[in-house]
Design a protein around this ligand. Structure first.
Ligand code: AMP
Ligand code: MN
Ligand code: MN
Ligand code: MN
Length: 284
């Protein structure tokens, strides 16, 4: 709880098993310091940090929810899906993740090649270093580009070297929305659209994405995120109401040095919205 006695939850966080900075136990320790009551670890395309996070939550009294954030392609665009209350031991989910991790490694190596050839950066070396973690993302590489002085901050590293129309751009080949939703459904996970307000999509496209997601068994949208404007929040809230989806909330925390998305969000929501906590199994 925070100092006003409000319940704090966080259903979207990253550890150093993907592109977060903190090891799982340190992430949990930081969440405890902020008064978080319920915490999900949702690393990109890996479950490697879940056991350590669960153990740390057990010693600190935080309720733990095992999760994952899956990358998927919908109509040529990358979207992210959060799976909550996942069964990390299920073979189907692990097969899906193994496929995505292989794609991540291939993509990172190719980005390194391109940076080497087209931009004369030490791309191969940096890609090899960035690829040391369980689930390397472009953010791991962006941090190294900053460390080596090729950009002042990670956003600039993306803008100069990694995004579309730059030397290191490699289009991703994630599984489709259908495939990612099937993996979550077969797992029995609660499927959530991650940060729907951040996609470059018109109101109509976002409605179509939400409809496709709900059709495939999706249960919630992230409706309360750090950095959401009141206008964004109202757009997403009305999609929740229209498609009878629950509302999830999280920080998308990666790095304690980034001050604008601290761990923990209030559970309270706009009128007519039901929190995703209602879907959690009380015995799990
Ligand atoms: P990837 O999944 O390998 O494409 O890496 C994307 C990750 O980089 C996201 O999960 C974000 O955490 C991070 N990121 C940070 N800034 C940016 C940006 N400007 N564009 C894309 N990704 C970003
Ligand atoms: Mn990330
Ligand atoms: Mn994401
Ligand atoms: Mn995330």
């Amino acid at each position: 709880m925070d100092s006003n006695g409000e319940t704090l939850v966080d259903f979207h966080t990253h550890s150093d098993c993907s592109d977060g900075v903190l090891p799982p136990a340190q992430l949990v320790e930081r969440a405890r310091g902020r008064g978080v009551d319920v915490l999900a670890l949702t690393d990109h395309d890996t479950t490697a940090g879940l056991d350590a996070a669960r153990a740390a939550c057990e010693t600190t009294g935080i309720r733990f929810v095992p999760g994952v954030e899956l990358s998927a392609t919908w109509r040529g665009q990358t979207i992210h899906l959060v799976g909550l209350q996942i069964d990390a031991r299920q073979a189907g989910l692990q097969a899906h993740l193994a496929r995505v991790l292989a794609l991540r490694r291939t993509r990172l190596a190719e980005i390194g090649e391109r940076l080497e050839k087209r931009a004369r950066l030490p791309g191969r070396e940096l890609a090899a270093l960035a690829g040391q973690g369980t689930a390397p993302t472009r953010l791991n590489l962006a941090r190294l580009l900053v460390e080596r002085g090729f950009a002042r901050e990670t956003q600039e590293a993306f803008d100069r070297w990694l995004n579309r129309d730059t030397a290191g751009h490699v289009p991703p080949e994630w599984p489709t929305l259908d495939e990612a939703m099937a993996a979550l459904r077969d797992n029995g996970a609660i499927a959530v659209v991650a940060h729907p307000h951040r996609y470059r999509a018109s109101a109509g496209q976002l409605r179509e994405l939400t409809a496709a997601f709900a059709d495939r068994g999706g249960r919630a949208l992230e409706a309360s995120m750090a950095g959401m404007s009141p206008n964004d929040a109202e757009r997403i809230a009305s999609l929740c109401r229209r498609f009878k989806l629950h509302a999830s909330m999280g920080s998308d925390f990666h790095d304690p040095a980034v001050p604008w998305n601290p761990l923990g969000r209030w559970l309270k929501l706009a009128a007519g919205l039901e929190p995703v906590t209602q879907l959690l199994d009380p015995t799990a």
